[in-house]
Design a protein around this ligand. Sequence first.
Ligand code: NAP
Ligand code: MG
Length: 451
Amino acid sequence: MTLTVLNPATEEPIAELEQAGVDEADEAVARAGAAYPAWRSVAPADRAGLLRRLATLVEENAEELAQIESRNVGKPIAGARAEVGMVAQVFHFYAGAVDKHRGHTIPVAGGVAATFREPLGVVGLIVPWNFPLNIASWKLGPALACGNTVVLKPAELTPLSALRLAELCLEAGIPEGVVGVLVGKGSVVGQRLVEHPDVAKVGFTGSTEVGRVVMQGASGTIKRVTLELGGKSANVVFADADLERAAAAAPYAVFDNAGQDCCARSRILVQRSAYDRFLELFVEATASLKVGDPANEQTEMGPLISAEHRAKVSSYVDGAPSAFRGDVPEGNGFWFPCTVLEASNDDRVAQEEVFGPVAAVIPFEDEADAIRIANDTPFGLSGSIWTRDVSRALRVTRAIEAGVLSVNANTSVRVQTPFGGFKQSGFGRELGLEALDGYSELKSVFISTEE
Ligand code: NAP
Ligand code: MG
């Protein structure tokens, strides 16, 4: 069966690909398995060199990769370029980490105890359509650095950048079989990777709903899983904050990537005494966002990924009175307007992940109320706090049940720092040196010194 890949900004087909089924998934796992013994034995400094070469090739082909990502996801080209820049940084970072992921010696009686970090074997990497290349690199970097071989399954809607990245891996000199790409349905080839007895671990990023299926499927083989799932994060604005700065930054926090961002701060909690002023400034900043052709250098927001997804996003706002509803281009494309709703935290729009450009603005009374509302969600991925009071910033960030927080800034996602969720946003960490722990087993060895 063939798969037609669309440009969501025009609805035009941009590629026709052969879809893999269970047999092809098994073949991909077998190829990765065959490549594993040699790959895990490559000297660390040489493996680092290959990853460094891959990073350089990403830099050299950055414009092409950004164009692919922009056309396939509908991302504004400027944002796509920044994402490809991060992909190169990720490979540079893990190239540098290959020979620094160390074990310990541990004081014990009668000999020497040492720990070793061993690769897992073949790992399955399943990624979503919102940041296809970025999220693939977050998994690929540490997986390869630790000496695993991988089968990467991009989302069906956005397979193009993964295919190009696999070519660059070969060009970098990473041996055949070390990185395989499977283009096919999640429910077929994704599920097969999850259940396959020769896959040691699945690194999954996607919805909480599919995350549950992955966790269940992995239980048959006690497979290791890392789950990076959905979010419903809070942007908490205290009355003592620099309101102009907070309001100018807030549209990016919720509308970037047309809101199709697991870290989207889609609940904006504003202290009652600053509520009206903030809402006015936020709506003004939102109204000035440039929505349109992703190929245009000035564009800040493109379309949603698909007609089906647009219908889902619409279901959250249909009939609801909005404080603001933006314009969208006429004609083809899965456009959806930036929408600002005044909400209560109990509303469906404030409890479920919309994954579209919809912001729910919610008032709070005091610090305790802000923390209570921020935590009143099954998710726990991300969040921001805006205040000039450093003690409050620390109290609130420590009290919020989420894995990745920022203070007086929109984003805390950095190559060097761990990223991942609390609660139903998943478990395990990507990025930083911590990601290496998820792609290796810790082995402890005791060597007797008895004569
Ligand atoms: P999704 O529907 O959960 O799909 C994610 C991936 O899983 C896709 O490659 C999908 O393949 C595959 N899949 C589907 N069914 C499967 C199964 N039974 N077994 C194994 N794999 C299966 O998520 P999405 O709609 O692509 O992306 C949006 C979601 O991702 C949002 O909830 C968002 O919050 C989350 N996300 C989380 C993070 C994070 O780091 N926490 C980052 C980005 C996105 P097909 O596409 O072929 O169906
Ligand atoms: Mg999906």
